[in-house]
Ligand binder design. Structure first.
Ligand SMILES: Nc1ncnc2c1ncn2[C@@H]1O[C@H](COP(=O)(O)OP(=O)(O)OP(=O)(O)O)[C@@H](O)[C@H]1O
Ligand SMILES: [Mg+2]
Length: 323
């Protein structure tokens, strides 16, 4: 058999396109996510992450493209998709004047669940919400609100979780707990697609996609994306390193120059040009030069910069053509 079992492909879409007016905010996106994968979705504000998520769970209809989610056709079976997907929206969308338990009971009713009481008690227990079950959702801190939202999206036992910036504004401990939960869900075979702006979260994903201006620009594991970027990073340290940041930015081949604590990180692609310049600069200014790891942040900043350059270029070509 040439092909693996189709049921292991949870999301499989091609050429997915959504226009608002004459602007394609999701522009021919291809996406394949397999069972149990934690798939991270990154990209600048307004790049089309939320719109893509809403297309995948059947809340929006694509203008072009086709594919399936959980084995259901995106265009013709959106009701079935909605029933089997857990969707945690970017903004908290539960009733602030209902308690945690009441909110969960409400969600259980919306899904028409038969075993509502047991399901709610189980969710309260499993997500550590039991001690606060009677607290009004409006009075919860960010971390607890996010925990309630996760519990609500898991209540009907979905096989696919779509999480749209689930930890925005949440403290590091609560975020770590949240990610532990995500990894446990993944180990149980639940597929998770999660959008985030946090690099530490991106590093916790099995696979990542980077989207800008509606176009998917990169896709792979964190290590693959770092390797594909062709970037190299050096650290300059010494008493005057930070004061020299502006001068370091002028060095040939320096694409990103970023103060990092007491050290300055310099990132570039062309080692043959950048490295000799750095060696000479560090000698002249009595700095220490060392090679250091390329981080996902460097990769994404580079993708963001080149995509905005391309966008500006194509916009100016268009406006030039009109003039
Ligand atoms: N219903 C709508 N009507 C018109 N434009 C819309 C609509 N929904 C989204 N947009 C526009 O589509 C683009 C993509 O929005 P989207 O919310 O998908 O981005 P995002 O990547 O989720 O951004 P963020 O990181 O800020 O959440 C934005 O320019 C947005 O203003
Ligand atoms: Mg969004």
């Amino acid at each position: 058999m040439a092909q693996g079992p189709a049921k292991d492909v949870i999301i499989d879409v091609h050429g997915l396109t959504k226009r608002f007016g004459d602007r394609a905010v999701v522009d021919h996106v291809d996406l394949k996510v397999t069972r149990g994968e934690i798939f991270g979705f990154l990209g600048p504000n307004g790049s089309g992450k939320t719109t893509t998520i809403r297309l995948l769970c059947g809340l929006l209809t694509p203008d072009e493209g086709e594919g399936s989610c959980l084995g259901y056709d995106l265009r013709t079976q959106s009701a079935a998709i909605k029933r089997e997907v857990g969707y945690m929206t970017q903004r908290f969308s539960y009733y602030e004047d209902l308690s945690i338990r009441e909110n969960l009971e409400f969600v259980a009713r919306v899904y028409g669940m038969a075993n509502r009481k047991e399901a709610v008690e189980k969710a309260l227990e499993e997500l550590g919400l039991a001690s606060r079950a009677t607290q009004l959702a409006g009075s919860l801190s960010g971390g607890w609100k996010q925990r309630l939202a996760l519990a609500a999206s898991l209540l009907h036992e979905p096989k696919l979780l779509l999480l749209d910036e689930p930890t925005a504004g949440v403290d590091p401990k609560a975020r770590r707990d949240f990610w532990e939960e995500i990894h446990q869900l993944s180990a149980r075979g639940i597929t998770v697609l999660v959008s985030t702006h946090y690099m530490d979260e991106a590093e916790r994903c099995h696979r990542l996609a980077y989207i800008a201006y509606g176009k998917m620009l990169a896709d792979g594991s964190p290590a693959e994306l770092i390797a594909q970027s062709g970037l190299k990073t050096w650290a300059l340290s010494g008493a005057t390193a930070l004061d020299l940041t502006m001068a370091i930015r002028e060095l040939p081949g320096a694409l990103q120059v970023v103060p990092f604590g007491t050290v300055v990180h310099v990132c570039g692609r062309d080692e043959n040009i950048l490295l000799p310049a750095l060696q000479q600069f560090s000698q002249v200014h009595a700095l220490t030069l060392a090679s250091t790891d390329v981080k996902l942040e460097h990769v994404f900043i580079q993708l963001m910069q080149s995509s905005s350059d391309n966008f500006q270029l194509s916009s100016s070509i268009k406006s030039g053509a009109q003039a």
